[in-house]
Ligand binder design. Structure first.
Ligand SMILES: [Zn+2]
Length: 110
């Protein structure tokens, strides 16, 4: 991968980020998934004055210059700070499989 300052970086084929495109500090980002509302998280939170807590997550493919591509998960649960872990493709698949297995188990399907 060429990250030379004068020639910039090659964009990933899935990149939709126009910001700093072609420059060494460009971060390739794909389209984010739809926001997934996290209603179960509300069981653990105290509602704010308006009785509203916004909890959701979404997934974005990313590749920062000089780094391996990764899967970014953005979690926002109420007023808690945003949590944005970066995962390798293997880690993302493993977590997805574990989520499906746990969901199937509690619904009696697995
Ligand atoms: Zn790019």
């Amino acid at each position: 991968m060429n990250t030379n300052q004068t020639t910039g970086t090659e964009c990933a084929p899935w990149c939709t980020n126009e910001d700093a495109r072609g420059r060494a500090d460009h971060t390739c980002m794909g389209d984010s998934s739809d926001c997934i509302e996290l209603t179960a998280a509300l069981d653990y939170l105290t509602l704010d004055e308006d009785g509203i807590e916004s909890s959701f997550c979404f997934v974005t493919p990313v590749r920062e210059a000089d780094r391996r591509p990764g899967v970014s998960m953005t979690w926002e649960v109420g007023d808690h700070p945003e949590f944005r872990p970066r995962l390798t493709p293997g880690e993302a698949r493993r977590i997805a499989a574990e989520l499906v297995a746990a969901a199937d188990l509690i619904e009696g399907g697995g």
